[in-house]
Design a protein. Structure first.
Length: 277
């Protein structure tokens, strides 16, 4: 009986090694591009988003114009699982159309795909960037669904080639914020996109991507809304500005491209190059 008691006491006194579980720190990059004419609203919009992410335990790296150096952005993006850009779209895409960003320099799609490094598998979000969700401020008429898809692909492709697994774009004022509220609750990319569609919007396409550089499991989704407003389009050539009235009929303002089942947890995993150069 004494031996049994002694053995029990010895076992109780020996500490059992616990297995520590480590979690990947959550980091986000928030960028306001250069040459914006909506400086105050851009700042308010992005700070709203950044504050939401910080409340969800993200470390947020802010790069607001004029403090948006590309070299610093690249370093901050290394361990980011969310990469958000609010700024101008450019025609510096890999295929010659839309693609790239405007920060302290014009950054082409090729530059992003070759020199931006993601250690994780982030979600990239474009906020009110021309071409990012389809429509552009310079459009003079309805661009059509096919052109909208081409522009979304051009905007997303550089980041997918750099290792991102998803891309989302929204041109509405609180659209990205509302999307992120659901995203941070572990909803899938497809679900968050569907829930971000306003009642007046129509999903015009939700299909696999017909591009050999993109995995067949990735989807592209485009939505449109009626635009019967008369807009004033200004163009400046050789210092001379001219204006004309236009009616686009439709806007393409919410889109995504990526793995429909992507979740926040998956963006925290080590990078796997899903897209092919």
């Amino acid at each position: 009986m004494k031996r049994v008691v002694l053995l029990a006491l010895i076992l109780w006194a020996v500490p059992i090694k616990s297995q520590k579980t480590t979690t990947t720190p959550k980091e986000a990059v928030c960028i306001i591009g250069s040459h914006s004419i909506y400086t105050e609203s851009s700042l308010e919009q992005m700070e709203h988003i950044a504050t939401l992410l910080e409340s969800k335990n993200y470390t947020v790296h802010r790069f607001y114009d004029p403090n948006n150096e590309w070299e610093a952005i690249k370093k901050a993006a290394l361990n980011a699982s969310i990469f958000i850009y609010r700024g101008h779209g450019t025609h510096l895409g890999i295929d010659g159309g839309f693609g790239g960003i405007v920060v302290d320099e014009f950054v082409s799609g090729k530059e992003i795909s070759t020199n931006l490094t993601f250690n994780l598998s982030p979600l990239v979000i474009f906020v009110s960037a021309c071409g990012g969700a389809g429509s552009s401020a310079g459009d003079e008429q309805d661009i059509g669904v096919d052109e909208a898809k081409t522009r979304v692909l051009g905007s997303a492709l550089p980041f997918l080639l750099a290792g991102a697994q998803g891309y989302y774009a929204n041109n509405y004022e609180n659209g990205a914020y509302n999307f992120l509220q659901q995203w941070t609750e572990q909803q899938t990319l497809e679900t968050c996109y569907s829930n971000s569609i306003y009642p007046w919007c129509t999903v015009q396409a939700n299909e696999s991507v017909d591009d050999e550089r993109i995995p067949p499991a990735f989807n592209i989704a485009i939505s449109s809304s009626p635009d019967n407003s008369v807009h004033t389009l200004s163009t400046t050539t050789n210092g001379k500005t001219t204006t004309k009235k236009i009616n686009r009929k439709f806007d393409y303002s919410i889109a995504y491209l990526g793995n429909p089942q992507l979740t926040l947890a998956q963006t925290l995993k080590k990078k796997s190059l899903y897209a092919k150069n």
